[in-house]
Write a protein that binds this ligand. Structure first.
Ligand code: NDP
Length: 327
C-alpha cells in the first residue's frame, strides 16, 4: 500500500480523494519509481475537479508529472537508483500518474533528472515550465531575437506564463506580461517582465488586424486573446500557442497570416519525442535562474492537492506549485 490521490467515477459521482492505494492498481510498465515530488499543472486541476474529461480510465491516480528514484527496472536504459523525471505521455490521464508514492511506467517515457536540478526543482518546472521552454524554442527557431522587439506573454502569473517570463527576461527579451492580476505586477517584474498589461486589453472580441506590436508571443490563454495576439504581431513575427485557460475557441481571421506573414506555432508537450524533451530540459538547465524559479514556487503536501487543484483552476494560484509526496 502507498499514499496517493485516487479518482473514482461511479454512481456516487466523480471523486478525488487522498487515501491509501493498493499497489495492485498500478498498470503494467517496465520501470517502477518511488515518487518524491510531483506538481500541479492546469491539466491536473481539470483532473482533480473533473471540470474537463482529461481522466479517461477509472480508478485513476492523477498527476501528469513526477520526479523520483527507480526502485525496479527491466528496461535496458534504466537501473535501480537512477533519478528520473516524467512529463506527460498520458500519465495521469489514461495511465496512473505522479500524485502518489509509487508510479509504474514505460522506461521510454523517462528523462534523466538533469544534474542542474533537484527533484523538487524539476517539479517546480514541471510540464508547465518545460512547455514554456518549448514555446521559447519555437520563437528562437523562427529567428526571433532579443533586439527584434517586444514579446507578449499571456496568462503571465500562471505556471507556463511565469516560467516563460523568467526565461525570456533572462535571455534579454523585452517581455510584456498580460495578466488579470495586475496586483502581481511586482512579482512579474521581479521574474523578468519589462511591462505588465491588463488581461482585458486582449480578452474581448477585436479587429481582424491591429497595430503591429509583438515580435513574438507565448500564449497560454487561447480564444480572443490568441486572436488579438495574432492580429497585433509584427510583420513575419511568430506566435507560440500552448494553452486554453481562456477558452478553446480561436475566433480569428486569416488576415495576420496572409497580410503580415505571421506564423502560428502549435506547442504540444504531452507526446513530444524524447529528443525534443532532452533539448528543452538541457536549455532549462542553462537558462532558468534558480532564484527566479524559487520565487515563483509554493509547496504543498499531497493531502492538500485536491483543494489546491480547484483553486488553480479558479486562477487563484500564482506561479508553480510543488507537491511533497511524502506528506
Ligand atoms: P495556470 O492555471 O497556472 O495558469 C493559467 C493562467 O491563465 C492563470 O494564472 C491566469 O493568468 C490566466 N487565466 C486563467 N483564466 C483565464 C481566463 N478566463 N481568461 C484569461 N486568462 C485566464 O495554468 P498553466 O500555466 O499550468 O497552464 C496554462 C495553459 O497552458 C492551460 O490552458 C494548460 O492546459 C496549457 N498547457 C498546455 C500544454 C501543452 O502541452 N500544450 C502544457 C502545459 C499547459 P493571469 O492571472 O496572469 O491572467
Amino acid at each position: 500500500m502507498f499514499k496517493g490521490i485516487l479518482i473514482t467515477k461511479d454512481e456516487a459521482g466523480y471523486r478525488a480523494r487522498f487515501q491509501e492505494i493498493d499497489e495492485a492498481i498500478l498498470p503494467q510498465g517496465d520501470v517502477t519509481v518511488r515518487v518524491e515530488w510531483s506538481t500541479l499543472n492546469y491539466k491536473d486541476g481539470l483532473a482533480l475537479t473533473g471540470k474537463a474529461p482529461v481522466v479517461r480510465r477509472f480508478p485513476m491516480i492523477p498527476g501528469i508529472d513526477f520526479a523520483g528514484t527507480i526502485s525496479e527496472s527491466s528496461h535496458a536504459a534504466w537501473k535501480v537508483g537512477d533519478r528520473v523525471i516524467l512529463n506527460g505521455w498520458g500519465v495521469g490521464e489514461t495511465h496512473c500518474g505522479g500524485l502518489a508514492g509509487i508510479a509504474r511506467v514505460r522506461g521510454d517515457w523517462l528523462v534523466a533528472l538533469p544534474a542542474a536540478f533537484t527533484e523538487r526543482q524539476a517539479m517546480a518546472i514541471g510540464t508547465a515550465g518545460y512547455t514554456a521552454m518549448l514555446c521559447v524554442l519555437a520563437l528562437e527557431r523562427h529567428g526571433v531575437r532579443p533586439g527584434d522587439g517586444e514579446i507578449l506573454v499571456t496568462g503571465a502569473s500562471g505556471g507556463v506564463g511565469s516560467v516563460a517570463t523568467a526565461l525570456l527576461g533572462k535571455l534579454g527579451y523585452r517581455v510584456v506580461a498580460s495578466t488579470g492580476r495586475t496586483a502581481e505586477a511586482d512579482y512579474l517584474k521581479a521574474l523578468g517582465a519589462a511591462e505588465v498589461i491588463e488581461r482585458s486589453e486582449l480578452s474581448g472580441p477585436g479587429k481582424p488586424i491591429g497595430r503591429e506590436r509583438w515580435a513574438g508571443v507565448v500564449d497560454t490563454v487561447g480564444s480572443h486573446t490568441l486572436a488579438n495576439a495574432c492580429a497585433t504581431t509584427r510583420y513575419c513575427g511568430a506566435v507560440a500557442a500552448c494553452g486554453l485557460a481562456g477558452g478553446m475557441d480561436f475566433p480569428a481571421t486569416v488576415a495576420p497570416f496572409i497580410l503580415r506573414g505571421v506564423t502560428l506555432y502549435g506547442i504540444d508537450s504531452v507526446m513530444a519525442p524524447l529528443s525534443v524533451r532532452q533539448t528543452a530540459w538541457a536549455r532549462l538547465a542553462q537558462d532558468l535562474e534558480i532564484g527566479r524559479l524559487e520565487a515563483m514556487t509554493s509547496e504543498i503536501g499531497l493531502s492538500e492537492a485536491v483543494e489546491v487543484g480547484a483553486r488553480l483552476l479558479e486562477g487563484k494560484v500564482r506561479g508553480r506549485v510543488v507537491v511533497d509526496v511524502g506528506r
